[in-house]
Design a protein around this ligand. Structure first.
Ligand code: ADP
Ligand code: MG
Length: 729
């Protein structure tokens, strides 16, 4: 009886199983069958030897050109020099003490050679490679290991486990496999024309054609997608089973007063999303909604209206921001928007008014005590803050709603910690300005319903974006000239630098550092511009006479606050800053942004940064200054940002350039094997279909009693470290 849970020791014996376990961490038959070929060689097709990389373990298919035995000084030892070729290039192989290979490796013989590429006297070579002859299987003997097939599977191999040994083990497993319980329901398989599990394994491991291999692989991808979506569907079900307090705005409460005083009409999108949120919160089940909104689409108003509805209904609402700068700005702008409604207890004030407090890590002990007291007593209905709000000593009178702004900078754990703060689970709204494809959202954010704000409020001025090559002096002059012109016209500007500079740890933002490491083609070409160094240079040079200030994460919070307030009040003309201004900063009078060494930023990040200009009615400018050459991928990335303002399209591009693991975060890279095949972008269609199927299965049979094999896959996945992100959805 051999199935996926059979230990490899049973199938292969202790020695071979030991090699697989040590070298590749394969222990069960299921592990082995799940170890898929990285690619397939056409039988007889020679590997391009020009592609080899020193230090890599490779499996090459090549033809023996010459063979020669060399004497060695030590008579007990022998050396065999073999030269193999792909028809164009040749590659020397050296065998020590393997004279018997002379018989096999005659000139003209084609074989697979596996080993680590090393360099000897300036030439690549393989020393003592493993060898698999390809021509001895004409009689179908076992040495052929399925080489009767036209395609030779090439496995990710380990030093002591060459690819063909894996092929042999896999063949043994497939030949002795008993019928398998299939995790995919038969109906689903029939409808999507998917092969049964055991057949799928045969197709990927021993395909007769590439089409067959693809068919098998697709089926295995389905398994992953379905299990993931089943987990998410179950999670949504659990959330739906929780009870919380329904929150409905009164007819003549805060929200009504706010709406009546709103200086602009809401966009259709804002109204629609607002209605969806109101409907969610009117149910005694916690809302779990993701609001994706293009930069500048007006998410803050939507958030504030939801918060006011909760306060109307006697609860409190939290707005969480990823940075102190952004929290302080939100606090300021909420109070501004609310006017008298944010000043409770003032003589002649509005009786419906509620307190709006700010809680950040850097605030003084006294201010903090006061803020916390007003939260505990319900004097404050609204609170804005950073993760400092997660402290144990923060007690709410009745927390009804949590809004997380700019999710991509805020960890799921923190969100969870906050959720545990209420007496009953609060409603949750997550907002992000980095729109990601819907299926990715459905997967990464799991249990959240997704809403989108795509339109910008009417009357928004366009933003023109240009790539400015550092090498062309006249362009650079025009770039600074543009800032001077705008300031002369009473407007303001940002100059963004990738680094702070000066002393101390440098990066304001670890994500920026990651982008750097990922994408910067010009890395190391020259050190990136720093705020500390750029500020005096501009103040004395290109921008002499203008009021220039700097803003970055190493300034004291009070100083940051002053700088930001001065800029918002128009007391400063130009702000030289790091990405601290990336999210949320809202100064409509700022019309130009120069991004220095723009190639050091990721696509989505540039789009975010650009969102800081063009927030008023005057036309905006975003100038991406770079020293990289045209034709480089970095330049093309900048060109893409210049060519479109469609955030969804740009985030797609961004995702394509990142590794999948970065999208799922630690979930995938840390996880063992639960998501190996599924690619969020490439498999969008499949994920969508799997989601539909998963919902259907979970509705009919939440415990999956009728689907034992699926249940086992699910449990295995939840055991996996990758469960972390599902749990925290
Ligand atoms: P984001 O979605 O990027 O967070 P904000 O909420 O900061 O955008 O809104 C950007 C600007 O647009 C703010 O100045 C806000 O007051 C303004 N705004 C929001 N909604 C509207 C609207 N319906 N009409 C006009 N201006 C609006
Ligand atoms: Mg915002």
């Amino acid at each position: 009886m051999v199935d996926l849970d059979t230990p490899l020791t049973t199938l292969l014996g202790a020695r071979a199983a030991g090699l697989l376990a040590d070298g590749l961490d394969l222990r069960l038959v299921g592990d082995l069958l799940g170890h898929l070929p990285r690619r397939y060689h056409e039988r007889g097709e020679l590997t391009d030897l020009a592609d080899l990389v020193v230090g890599e373990t490779v499996t090459v298919q090549a033809r023996v050109e010459r063979i020669e035995r060399r004497p060695m000084r030590d008579r007990r030892r022998s050396m065999l020099k073999v030269t193999v070729t792909d028809g164009r290039q040749s590659l020397p192989l050296t065998f020590f003490n393997q004279t018997w290979r002379e018989r096999d490796l005659r000139p003209g013989t084609t074989a697979l050679f596996a080993g680590k590429v090393d360099e000897y006297r300036g030439r690549w070579q393989l020393t003592n490679p493993e060898v698999q002859l390809l021509e001895t299987d004409a009689d179908g003997d076992d040495a052929g290991q399925g080489f009767a097939n036209a395609l030779v599977p090439i496995y990710p191999a380990a030093a002591k486990v060459p690819s063909w040994t894996l092929a042999r083990c896999v063949r043994l497993a497939l030949d002795s496999l008993d019928p398998l319980d299939d995790p995919l329901p038969g109906r689903l398989r029939a409808q999507h024309r998917l092969p049964a599990l055991a057949d799928a394994f045969r197709l990927v491991h021993q395909p007769a054609s590439r089409a067959e291999a693809a068919r098998g692989r697709k089926r295995l991808t389905w398994d992953e997608a379905l299990v993931l979506q089943v987990a998410l569907a179950r999670r949504r079900r659990e959330v739906q089973a929780q009870a919380t307090t329904a929150r409905v705005a009164g007819p003549d409460g805060l929200l009504a007063a706010f709406d009546a005083a709103l200086p602009f009409p809401l966009t259709a999108g804002q109204r629609e999303v607002g209605a969806a949120i109101a409907a969610d919160m009117a149910r005694p089940v916690p809302m779990h909604r993701l609001l994706q909104g293009e930069v500048g689409s007006g998410k803050t108003v939507v958030a504030l209206r939801a918060m006011l509805a909760v306060v109307d209904a006697g609860g409190q609402a939290v707005l969480l921001a990823p940075t102190e700068t952004l929290a302080a700005q939100h606090h300021r702008s909420l109070r501004e928007m609310l006017g008298d409604l944010a000043r409770p207890g003032e003589l002649g004030g509005d009786p419906r008014a509620t307190g709006v407090v700010l809680v950040t890590g850097s605030m003084g002990a006294r201010a903090r005590r006061e803020a916390l007291a007003s939260l505990a007593s319900a004097a404050a209905g609204l609170v804005v803050g950073t993760h400092a709000l997660l402290h144990e000593d923060v007690v709410f009178a009745d927390l009804g709603l949590i809004i997380v702004d700019e999710q991509h900078r805020f960890g799921v754990e923190q969100r969870d910690a906050l959720r545990a703060r209420g007496r009953r689970p609060p409603h949750l709204l997550v907002m992000t300005a980095t729109p990601i494809p819907r299926t990715v959202a459905m997967t990464v954010f799991g249990d959240l319903e997704v809403s989108e704000l795509t339109e910008l409020p009417a009357g928004r001025a366009p933003v023109s974006t240009y790539v400015v090559p550092a090498a062309v002096r006249s362009w650079t002059d025009r770039m600074w000239g543009r800032i001077r012109d705008e300031v002369a016209a009473g407007r303001q500007a940002y100059v963004v630098c990738p680094r702070i500079g000066g002393e101390g740890a440098d990066d304001d933002d670890p994500a920026a550092a990651a982008d750097l490491a990922d994408g910067a083609d010009a890395r190391g070409a020259h050190p990136a511009a720093t705020v500390v160094e750029v500020l005096p240079r501009l103040a004395e040079g290109e921008l002499a006479g203008l009021r220039v200030e700097s803003l970055h994460g190493r300034l004291a919070p009070a100083r940051r606050e002053t700088v930001m307030n001065d800029f918002a009040a128009g007391k400063t003309d130009v702000l030289v800053a790091t990405t601290v201004i990336e999210v949320g900063v809202n100064v409509p009078n700022a019309t130009v942004m120069v991004v220095l060494d723009a190639d050091r930023f990721g696509v989505s990040q540039l789009h975010q940064l650009r969102g800081r200009v063009g927030r008023g009615t005057a036309a905006g400018w975003c100038l991406l200054y770079t020293a990289v050459d045209e034709e480089t991928p970095a330049w093309q990335r900048l060109g893409a940002v210049a060519a479109t303002r469609d955030g969804a399209q740009l985030s797609r591009l961004d995702l394509e350039q990142r590794r999948e693991g970065d999208v799922l975060g630690a979930a995938q890279s840390g996880g063992r094997r639960s998501l190996r095949l599924l690619a969020l972008l490439r498999d969008e269609d499949l994920i969508r279909q799997a989601r539909v199927e998963a919902v259907r299965i979970v509705e009919e049979d939440p415990e999956l009693t009728a689907h034992p094999a699926l249940r086992r896959l699910l449990d295995a996945m939840l055991d996996d470290t990758s469960a972390a992100f599902l749990e925290k959805g």
